[in-house]
Ligand binder design. Structure first.
Ligand code: SF4
Length: 326
């Protein structure tokens, strides 16, 4: 008997996978690589290694961005369309389960843990929409939920499953301790950038100004300070690593800006390159450079190909910076 476990690498998914493995069931894990994931460390990989189980990685395509843009079931506290996002992942899981001949899906869902997507009605809706009715086993809350096919068929012993509910993570932390896995899961505050206010407003701005959004656009939202000027977008690097990444990700038609000869951010101007937009991007670059600290005029270089041009500007003042900030 084979099961496919959704392994985000969060504590709940780790425990759910472990509970099923402990019943002697063969488990293959699937982890979704989302452009909005906040966690940097690869807990899914570490967990799969620890449990000696195969891990399938699914890098979501641009169609996932349509799910964020047009969710059928709306948003949570930020721009997080949790129900639609989970339906998307469950549909993918169903496809993979068919391919590898897994008989059911395992998730780390805990009844009532997340207000939007983990109440009973949402759980049932998600599995119906994904075409997986009674085939999703949620070992952490199974005893509080209707019996699933794997339990009914005796593939899984229901009596060994749990009845955890609610937002307190105490039972899960106690279970992790019991399994000797105290330091092997991320803190619950990580998760998904779409739930963060600042990131959500950047996503909203992107959707408002761009008809066709790509993963590159979303990945760019993870770095730098972002400013909006009509149809132009200005991104200012915050450190060396971001400066390098911005230069790497800059498209040939976009401009890069820098103050030569001092500590300077790299700034990228996307969209319309009007005279005002170029001047603003230069002023923002000056504002965040060492040379702009005293408010005096600064020479800023900019380029999109080989030849560099330069412009002398005074650093943008604070009220303007805040007005343009996304
Ligand atoms: S928190 Fe983010 S990744 Fe998780 S279900 Fe919601 S939208 Fe998807």
């Amino acid at each position: 008997m084979k099961a496919l476990a959704l392994l985000s690498g969060g504590l709940d998914s780790i425990l759910a996978t472990k509970l099923i493995l402990d019943q002697g069931i063969e488990v293959v894990a699937v982890a979704f690589v989302l452009p909005v994931a906040a966690e940097k460390e690869d807990y899914a990989k570490n967990t799969a290694k620890r449990f000696s189980i195969p891990l399938i990685r699914v890098e979501v395509g641009d169609e996932y961005l349509d799910v964020i843009r047009n969710p059928k079931y709306g948003y949570g506290s930020g721009m997080n369309p949790c129900i639609d996002c989970r339906i998307y992942m469950l549909r993918e899981a169903k496809r993979i389960a068919n391919e590898i001949d897994a008989k059911f899906i395992v998730t780390g869902d805990v009844l009532g843990e997340r207000p939007m997507s983990q109440h009973r009605k949402a759980l049932m809706l998600e599995e119906k929409e994904a075409g997986l009715e009674n085939l999703i086993l949620r070992p952490l809350s199974a005893k509080l939920l209707p019996e699933t096919i794997p339990e009914r068929e005796g593939w899984v012993d229901r009596s060994k499953l749990l009845a955890i509910k609610g937002r307190s993570r105490k039972p899960q932390i106690a279970l992790a301790e019991k399994f000797g896995m105290q330091n092997e899961y991320p803190s619950p505050s990580g998760g998904c950038l779409l739930t963060y206010k600042e990131f959500a407003s950047k996503v909203r701005d992107l959707f408002e100004h761009k008809e066709k959004v790509t993963k590159r656009d979303v990945l760019l939202l993870r770095m730098g300070r972002h400013f909006r000027f009509a149809t132009s977008k200005i991104i200012v690097g915050r450190n060396e690593a971001e400066n390098e990444l911005l230069l790497e990700m800059k498209r040939p038609e976009d401009y890069a800006f820098e103050v030569p000869g001092c500590g300077s951010p790299i700034t990228v101007l996307e969209g319309l390159k009007s005279k005002e937009a170029v001047e603003l991007a230069a002023k923002l670059t000056a504002r965040y450079s060492d040379a702009g600290a005293e408010g005096k005029e600064v020479q800023v270089e900019y380029w999109n190909g080989a030849g560099k041009k330069s412009i002398v500007v005074s650093p943008l003042d604070e009220p303007e910076v805040e007005r343009l900030r996304i």
